[in-house]
Write a protein that binds this ligand. Structure first.
Ligand code: SAH
Ligand code: SF4
Length: 407
């Protein structure tokens, strides 16, 4: 392991890679993820007259996002003719789930394949994880295949190819979770459409930097938060960013969900190395963007994520500096035990160090989600989703829980 300290020069590597922008829509695109306006356009394209659009869109919305139907024929309130016309041009497909892992404690991981851009190209893979906990269920959703940023402790950042997910592929992950959990039927059985759901919270903490796929994430979350459909309120959706400062203000204005910041270091010298984007948007600018985030209060706090790296950022002096840095910002601190990966140059902090750090921030008045009862198991946590075939280890599951604790 390399000891990184403030004296060491920042790495000269690039701050970011260029994403592939070659997404080619399928011949029969899915209606999943479309906004009301886009659904109206799809209806217009099959000859539905404009005065009917509002009513027809409402019907489609209900079947798509309240009932989660996967066949046009299940849309019993829609005429046979219209169903056939829509089916000729569209599907109700979600992205393809190629593997599902279910753990004893109910955590589930779905490996999702997205078609490559060219015939013969290997499909892209992303992951979605469901974490049930104390009366709620959090879904960890991906926003990109890979990530253009190169955080030095993150496995996703080492992936060379990056493609933005479409809004449909992002909403699709939520539908997949509800499909696989039987969440549509469970709610319908209760007679109350929105009650009794298993997926109650969303965290944009899977693969990718959501604020570098702004429009798709914004449009997808608008669908997810819509009360006539999926109905997961903005207060229960958390977007995690490595600190794309200009888009934080935009997210406040256009997305309006809860914010989590991947801080991980309290000095620019160290953060430049851990999160190279810091070279573009240093800590002071990031903190100002946080202070300016709309709607902040004690009930609506920003979560600051802090990955615990042994001998790098885990001293009591760091804890003190962290508390000082966050002064005046309604904040929660989320300590994430580092999850090592083959070739990673860091180690996870010792449990003692995590405990001391956590105790300090707790005594300073911040809830600190890494809790002792979770014990040693929580070490080697996970903050990044990657591998195709690996099962989630017990330790990863515990760690994902720590990440999901954003309330
Ligand atoms: N790109 C966004 C969201 C995805 S990463 C962001 O960086 O915020 C979700 C969280 O997992 C981030 O806080 C990220 O820094 C953290 N993370 C990444 N790799 C990790 C690892 N190996 N161990 C622990 N946490 C990690
Ligand atoms: Fe990208 Fe987030 Fe990983 Fe950094 S931590 S490389 S921003 S996914």
């Amino acid at each position: 392991m390399t000891r990184l300290d403030a004296q060491q020069p920042a790495p000269a590597g690039p701050i970011e890679k260029t994403p592939l922008e070659r997404y080619v829509a399928p011949a029969r695109p899915s209606l999943v993820g479309l906004s009301r306006t886009e659904l109206a356009q799809a209806l217009a394209a099959v000859g539905v007259p404009a005065p009917q659009h509002k009513m027809r869109v409402q019907q489609l919305w209900h079947w798509l996002y309240m009932r989660g139907v996967t066949e046009f024929d299940a849309m019993t309130s829609v005429s046979k003719e219209l169903r056939a016309a829509l089916a000729a041009r569209h599907t109700l497909a979600r992205p393809e789930v190629v593997a599902e892992q279910v753990s004893v404690d109910g955590t589930r991981k779905w490996l999702i394949e997205l078609p490559g851009e060219h015939a013969g190209e290997r499909p892209h893979q992303v992951e979605t994880v469901y974490i049930p906990d104390d009366g709620r269920g959090t879904l960890c959703v991906s926003s990109q295949v890979g990530c253009t940023l190169n955080c030095s402790f993150c496995h996703t950042g080492t992936q060379r190819l990056v493609r933005n997910l479409t809004a449909g592929e992002i909403v699709g992950q939520v539908l997949i979770a509800r499909d696989r959990l039987g969440d549509w039927q469970a709610a319908a059985d209760k007679g109350e459409e929105a009650a009794g759901r298993l997926v109650t919270n969303i965290v944009m903490m899977g693969m990718g930097e959501p604020l570098y796929n702004f429009e798709a994430v914004r449009d997808a979350l608008a669908v997810v938060a819509d009360g006539d459909g999926i109905g997961i309120s903005r207060r229960r959706i958390t977007l995690s960013t490595s600190g794309v400062v200009p888009n934080i203000a935009r997210a406040g204005a256009e997305i309006g969900v809860m914010l989590a910041i991947s801080l991980h270091a309290v000095t620019d010298a160290l953060r430049n190395q851990l999160v190279p984007l810091n070279r573009k948007y240093p800590i002071a600018e990031l903190m100002q963007a946080c202070r300016d985030y709309p709607g902040l209060s004690n009930a609506r706090r920003i979560t600051f994520e802090y990955v615990m790296l042994k001998g790098v950022n885990d001293s009591l002096a760091d804890a003190r500096a962290l508390v000082k840095l966050l002064k005046g910002i309604p904040a929660k601190i989320n300590l994430i035990p580092f999850n090592p990966w083959p070739g990673s140059r860091y180690e996870c902090s010792d449990w003692d160090a995590i405990e001391k750090f956590s105790e300090y921030v707790f005594n300073a008045g911040y809830s600190s989600p890494v809790r002792t009862p979770r014990g040693r198991d929580i070490l080697a946590a996970c903050g990044q989703l990657k591998s195709a075939t690996e099962k989630l280890s017990a330790r990863e599951r515990m760690a994902l829980r720590a990440m999901a604790m954003t309330e």
